[in-house]
Design a protein around this ligand. Structure first.
Ligand code: S3P
Length: 184
């Protein structure tokens, strides 16, 4: 059945350490799209690292920057948008992405995430004595949001290239079933 969504872009959502930035680059290469990495754009505009924004201005200020950037992206075309792990938690952001993007969640288990992020000190939300417990807790809270993606790809046992290929075929399939732009 045709659907009336518009799939101009691919948006990647999912927890920290799931590999969104790496996979975004691969998907963009395959589709000849450009990557927009929301964390990187926010850092470039602020001239500071995310950890510094959290420390100096607080999480709410960072979330506000995310909302503003997502609103700007409504005009985006041919982009692979790699989002920060908490960005889709705000329903306004997810609804906005849904207007123009095929939304893919990269799903990793808490153990995989922990293995990937434990040597990286730059994630402000994981600066706690028991990061694995924190990851489990946050993942459980966010699971209902991540499940709203159009496609959920488990990355525990998939290499980034295979994940990227899965996304590209899902995107092409969705596009071919959407009402064509001329009809929309
Ligand atoms: C966050 C994830 C981070 C970054 C910020 C908050 C989160 O992005 O946006 O530290 O709330 O999960 P990555 O998912 O790219 O690490």
């Amino acid at each position: 059945m045709p659907d009336s969504r518009q799939y101009h872009n691919v948006a990647l959502i999912g927890f920290m350490g799931a590999g969104k930035s790496t996979v975004a680059t691969l998907v963009a290469g395959m589709l000849r799209f450009q990557v927009v990495d929301t964390d990187r754009v926010i850092e470039e505009r602020a001239g500071r690292r995310i950890s510094e924004i959290f420390a100096a201005d607080g999480e709410a200020a960072f979330r506000q920057r995310e909302v503003e950037l997502v609103a700007e992206l409504e005009g985006a075309r041919a982009r692979v948008i790699a989002t920060g792990g908490g960005l889709p938690v705000n329903p306004q952001n997810l609804a906005s992405l849904r207007k123009h993007s095929f939304i893919v969640c990269l799903w990793a288990s808490p153990e995989t995430i922990y293995q990937r992020v434990r040597t990286q000190g730059h994630r402000p939300l994981l600066q706690t004595p028991d990061p694995l417990a924190r990851i489990r807790e946050m993942l459980a809270q966010r699971a209902p949001v991540y499940r709203e993606a159009d496609l959920l790809v488990g990355v525990d046992f998939r290499a980034p290239l295979e994940t990227a290929r899965t996304i590209v075929s899902g995107f092409r399939h969705a596009r071919s079933h959407a009402v064509s732009h001329a009809d929309a």
